[in-house]
Design a protein around this ligand. Structure first.
Ligand code: C5P
Length: 310
């Protein structure tokens, strides 16, 4: 009888702290189309979540507060404009719940790096507050709220490898059969503003070279890094290189060090290199670090799941 009662009860709010881990993303394919009347560009992209993580801890509180440590501390506003706060408020508004929580963000994903760190944190906040408040929304419901907050956020709720369309907010999973890809990231000294990169893309004539992602999707299924290397594409790369000509040197440094391919991640300025396997990635990272071409070098495996309660 007790068991039945337990079973029938609606989902309970969490009393202890809720910890959520969320990955960074790179774009394996990014085709940028025309600017739309709303200012966003029509995209066809292949998102890929990689094992470089931020973490949000949510605790009960009487108001909504945000503290942080790690990457970007002191540079990021922790007020109402922060995407984490906006995500918590959006979930509260949608569910009729009080927006009461003490949120703490532990950041490893560099900010304004083309890795969707801010979007990742918003996704983590949605998942954390959903659990803390016991709102019990489905992943699809959360993705719907996520879409109102930013183009990349629904993908970071989902994770893995996924096709993104619309302005990037419409995502569908791509099943790649469990193969792990090995990446090396060259993180720049200073971030780039995403709107500025899109604006530069338009000013340079809105030229697209990426075409359809069909070749990339076939390469993912083949699970051969040498084949995948030939199909990575990013229409924002030229704009990022225009704004940061020194990124050309970073790309060359990685290729000289033996990377199978290199490309700017999203709107940049992070440059991502494809390695053969884990050992190759470690060697490549060490070589790249020795060139002093960038602020930091990281290795990461993909795909990994999206925002998840630990
Ligand atoms: O959606 P999100 O807030 O991440 O977008 C940040 C900015 O990037 C937008 O304000 C817009 O300038 C640009 N953007 C775009 N087209 C997209 C996605 C983003 O022009 N599909």
């Amino acid at each position: 009888e007790d068991d039945d009662e337990e079973f029938d009860r609606p989902r309970l709010a969490a009393h202890g702290p809720v910890r959520v881990r969320v990955p960074a993303k790179i774009n394996l394919h990014l085709h940028v189309g025309a600017a739309r009347p709303d200012g966003f560009h029509e995209l066809t992209t292949v998102y890929h979540a990689i094992g470089l993580y931020d973490e949000i801890t949510a605790r009960r509180g009487d108001t909504l507060t945000l503290t942080m440590e790690g990457e970007g501390t002191g540079q990021l506003s922790l007020g109402e404009d922060n995407l984490v706060i906006r995500a918590a408020r959006a979930l509260a508004a949608e569910t009729g719940h009080d927006a009461h929580a003490r949120l703490h963000l532990k950041k490893q994903i560099p900010i304004a790096a083309g890795l969707a760190g801010g979007s990742a944190d918003a996704a983590a906040a949605l998942v954390a507050c959903d659990q803390l408040w016991g709102t019990g929304l489905s992943r699809d419901d959360l993705a719907g709220i996520a879409a109102t907050l930013g183009s990349d956020i629904p993908f970071l709720v989902l994770g893995g490898t996924a096709l993104g369309t619309g302005r990037g907010e419409l995502v569908s999973p791509i099943l790649t059969g469990g193969h792990a890809w090995h990446w090396v990231l060259a993180v720049a000294e200073e971030g780039l503003s995403t709107p500025t990169v899109y604006k530069t893309f338009d000013e340079l004539g809105a030229q697209s070279e990426a075409g359809t992602p069909d070749g990339l999707l076939a390469a993912l299924r083949q699970k051969d890094p040498d084949v995948l290397a030939e199909h990575l594409a990013n229409d924002l790369q030229a704009a990022a290189l225009h704004l940061r000509p020194e990124l050309r040197g970073v790309l060359d440094a990685g290729l000289d060090a033996g990377a199978l391919a290199g490309l700017v991640s999203g709107s940049g300025p992070t440059v991502v290199f494809l390695a053969e396997d884990a050992r190759h990635a470690a060697l490549l990272a060490a070589d790249l670090e020795a060139t002093n071409c960038c602020r930091a070098v990281r290795t990461a495996v993909g795909p990994v799941p999206g925002a998840r309660v630990l």
